[in-house]
Design a protein. Structure first.
Length: 107
């Protein structure tokens, strides 16, 4: 079972078990990770699941897709090259150990 570490907006480090094929947002919600709201249910429209991917993981996670990048641009704050929407990160065994910093609610 892949494990993901979330760094909550206040700096609290939370490591959770994720199910294969769920999204990082779903894993966060299931484990009550602070700052991940997931208002749109994973439809890639709200940006309330915005995270910064740890530098060691950006290559493996990959960049945001075109629609995701648009949502980040228009709905999120503190957008960086390593920004991703957690609902668009599908968990696989290859992401065991992934570290995400939760940015928090969009404006
Ligand atoms: S849950 Fe809405 S964009 Fe991720």
């Amino acid at each position: 079972m892949p494990r993901i570490t979330f760094i909550e907006p206040d700096g609290t480090v939370r490591t959770v078990d994720a199910e294969r094929d769920e999204s990082a947002m779903q894993a966060a919600k299931r484990n009550s990770v602070d700052g991940i709201i997931g208002e749109c249910g994973g439809s890639c429209i709200c940006a309330t699941c915005h995270c910064h991917v740890d530098a060691l993981w950006t290559d493996r996670v990959g960049p945001a897709g075109d629609i995701e990048a648009d949502v980040l641009e228009f709905e999120a704050t503190d957008v960086r090259p390593e920004s991703r929407l957690a609902c668009q990160i599908a968990i696989t065994d290859a992401l065991d150990g992934l570290k995400l910093r939760v940015v928090g609610r969009s404006r």
